[in-house]
Structure formats: C-alpha cells, structure tokens
Design a protein around this ligand. Structure first.
Ligand code: S3P
Length: 440
C-alpha cells in the first residue's frame, strides 16, 4: 500500500484524532485483571491495541465492543487469567510485548509472546533483565522475540519484589516492572534516568492501586487488587502531531484539534516546536480520566532551526520523525542529539528519516545519536517508510508542501496507530491518495 501526496492547499478546520495508543493498551490490560466491568471510551481501534485485546481475550477476559471506540471489559481479577491455547501475537507493538512480558511473568502458566518482523528485531533484554531478577524464567532468541515466559509453568510463579535502576529511559520498561510488581510480595520500585510517560502510574491509581512517585522513583506494593473503572481515552498527541505539523508548514491554515491528551510527560513536541517559532495554543484545558486534555490550535508558522534540548527527548520520544520534517522546512540547521533510542523503534528512525528527507532534497547529515538537518524545500519523489507508521505519516505531511508529487511506499503500518490518517489529512485539505496495491 502507498500514499501519493500532491502539493496541497490546506484549509482551516476543526478535527479530532483517534484515541491514545499508550492509554488504550493499558486500559485493556488493567481492565482485564481488575475486578468487575470497566467501560472504555475513545479507544484506539488500531492494529496494535487490537493485538493486546486479542491477547487478553485469549486468557479468558471477555470484551464487548459497543462501537469501534467504546467497549467494556469484564475483568477476571489479579489472579484470574487462564493459560492461552496458542502463542500471543502482539503484531508490531513493542508496548504490547514489553508490558505483557511483565504481566505474564506473574502468571502461574507458560506463555509465548511473538510479533511481526519489525518487533522480532527489537531488543527485549531490557525487560528480561529486571524480570529475571524478580525470579521469572524467560527464554528468548538472544534477547529478541519470541519470548517464552515461565517455560513449563506449573502453578508457581512467585515473583520477588525488587528495586530496579533503569539503564535506559523507557516507559515500557518502567511499566513492565511495575506490572510484574503487582504479582510480587512486597514493594517493587523503579528509578528512571529521565522522565518518561506516566500513564501506567496514573491509570493504576484510577483502578484504585496505590502507586507512589517520589522524584524519579515509582513504587508499587504487590498483591493489590484492581477495581474496575471507567476510562476516557484522550486523543493521541502523537497522532495529532502530524496534523499540527501540516498546519505549521502550510501557507495560512488554522487548525483546531479537539480533545487531545496533554500529559506533561508527552508534550515535549509542543515545547520543541514552540522554540522553533510554531504558533500553537491550547484551549479548553480539562481533566479526563486522570489525564490532562485540551484542544490544540496550530497556525501556519515560519519555523527556524534550533539545537534540540536533549532533556526533552524522552518527553517527545515518538515525535522525532515529524520533527525531522519540521527541521527540513525550518530556516537554518537544526541539531538533533541524544536520540540513540530512536534506532530501536519500529525502524531505525534516525536512518529512515534521514534517508526519507534526503530523498526529498533536504540536506541532512546523520550522526550516531541524531542528525543535522538544514532546512530547504522538499522537492518530491519516491520514499519508503521502512515499515514504520510514523515515518510514513511524517513523509506524507512533507508531501503537502513539496514542489512535486511524493509517493510513500509501504504505508500499511499506519493502521497500527492512526486508522483514518489519510482521511484526516484530507479533511484539512491534504491532497493524499491511498493506493492499496501491494508493492511488486
Ligand atoms: C510507550 C513508550 C515509548 C514509546 C512507545 C509507547 C508506552 O517507548 O516510544 O511508542 O506506551 O509506554 P519506550 O518506553 O521504549 O521509549
């Protein structure tokens, strides 16, 4: 499948984007091990979250879909999951696999976690190490999926509480350890080297679990039961970023995106774009389901190059593909550094984006932990997503301001996080066509 984007004239519009991916995964997992029925609205009906839903269903959790975005989960209680008959296929989702590894480590049965080619190449040692120190037994292919958790599991999966000093700033690792900590005796704690998204802590609290945060350390006491709750999933700021970017790069558009999550552990992208001169404002700020949300207004802006502050990297971790495109149209040379984690995302995002914008005529020098991007004009041409949803969407937005047509190959993975992306870009005036044909 490919996107074909032609130079576009964006229009003023009010839109909404699909639900937050991180929050949707957690709602399914925590709803599934809670006592009682949890109602979820704003759910992201994307492939990644549907993989988590199937995995939970395969372990005895029943879900009723009321619509694409509304569902109820009948929780089975902390100790109520049952052994799945087959491998749990988590598709493209690193979040699903790493959080699920923590959940499975606490179960008295064996499970096997598998994923697609991209996920099978991603490092799992970062969750295997702390889980093994809690007493889990995990078999892997040199730290890569498939993961066989509790091989031969026969009813004894007693985990020990630990303190873990995380070597990498990763919300997935933090969440994995805290979830396993629910199944351990005593208090499990994690210290992070930089602030990462705190959706796990917030959502566990809304399920009635006592999780404390003291500075960079999160702590949870084991064996706490979760009480079912209602979860309103906000719009995903990571998806909204593509629409914000399109508005900023346009000639004159003024776009309002309603109901977007504005958790301060996620809003690094807004700070970075503002320091590049972006005209962004937040309206109607409120709380929904323990998370701050609001409407984001983005207006056409003249962007300038900056040295991106490394302290913002973990707060904008998924937004760098879009920021590379912003830098590609900014005045001057933007310096990205401290981005080593991007090399182990759905693709090596430094390399995928450097190749993508270079193919569209932008001067870019890749460095081991980032890139130097000198703004110019996107010319047009053929680019590849490298199987990465966010690379595909970033390059599609670049196409709206290119001199000629941009074709982006291999865009099927966009369905993992932003179903309806092309229609959403069309709503703001983006001239994007979807060619369903398989690449030859
Ligand atoms: C996520 C954490 C981040 C992010 C991913 C979602 C989460 O990964 O890149 O898209 O939901 O916890 P890391 O924790 O590995 O940085």
């Amino acid at each position: 499948m490919k996107f074909i984007v032609t130079p576009s004239r964006l229009t003023d519009a009010e839109i909404a984007v699909p639900g937050d991916k991180s929050i949707s995964h957690r709602a399914l997992m925590f709803g599934g091990i809670a006592n009682g029925r949890s109602d979820i609205s704003g759910f992201l009906d994307g492939e990644d979250c549907l993989a988590t839903l199937s995995a939970m269903e395969a372990m005895g959790v029943s879900a009723t879909r009321h619509s694409k975005t509304e569902l109820s989960i009948e929780g089975v209680g902390l100790a109520g999951l049952t052994a799945p008959a087959n491998e749990l296929d988590l598709g493209n989702s690193g979040t699903a696999m790493r959080l699920m590894a923590g959940l499975m480590a606490g179960q008295p049965f064996e499970s096997t976690l598998v994923g697609d080619a991209s996920l099978t190449g991603r490092p799992m040692g970062r969750v295997i190490t702390p889980l093994e120190s809690m007493g889990a037994v995990i078999r892997s292919q040199s730290g890569k999926p498939p993961l066989v958790i509790n091989p031969g599991g026969d009813g004894a999966a007693d985990l020990q509480a630990i303190h873990y000093d995380m070597p990498v700033a990763s919300a997935q690792v933090k969440s994995c350890v805290l979830i396993a900590g629910l199944y351990a005796d005593g208090a499990t704690s994690v210290t992070e080297p930089a602030t990462t998204r705190d959706h796990t802590e917030r959502m566990l609290r809304s399920f009635g679990v006592n999780v404390t945060t003291e500075g960079a350390t999160m702590r949870v006491e084991g064996r706490q039961e979760l009480s079912a709750t209602r979860i309103e999933v906000p719009g995903d700021l990571s998806s909204a970023t593509f629409m914000i970017l399109a508005a900023l790069l346009s000639d004159s558009a003024d776009i309002l995106i309603r109901g977007v999550g504005l958790n301060p552990t996620r809003t690094g992208v807004l700070d970075i774009l503002r320091s590049m001169g972006a005209d962004l404002s937040i309206e109607n700020e409120r709380m929904a389901g323990g998370e701050p949300i609001g409407d984001i207004r983005a207006r056409a802006s003249k962007l300038r190059a900056i040295d991106v502050d490394e302290r913002l990297v973990s707060l904008a971790i998924d937004e760098f593909p879009a920021l590379f495109v912003a830098a590609g149209s900014a005045d001057g040379t933007t310096r990205f550094s401290g981005l080593e984690e991007l090399r182990v995302k759905e693709s090596d995002r430094i390399s995928s984006m450097a190749k993508g914008i270079a193919a569209l005529g932008i001067d870019v020098v890749e460095t081991p932990d980032g890139a130097l991007v000198t703004g110019g004009r996107f010319t047009g041409g053929h680019v590849n997503s490298h199987g990465d949803h966010r690379v595909a969407m970033s390059l599609a937005v670049a196409g709206t301001v290119a001199d000629r047509r941009v074709t982006i190959e291999d865009v099927q993975p966009v369905e993992t996080s932003f179903p309806g992306f092309a229609a959403c870009l069309q709503r703001i005036g983006g001239d994007i066509a979807v060619d369903e044909a398989e690449a030859p």
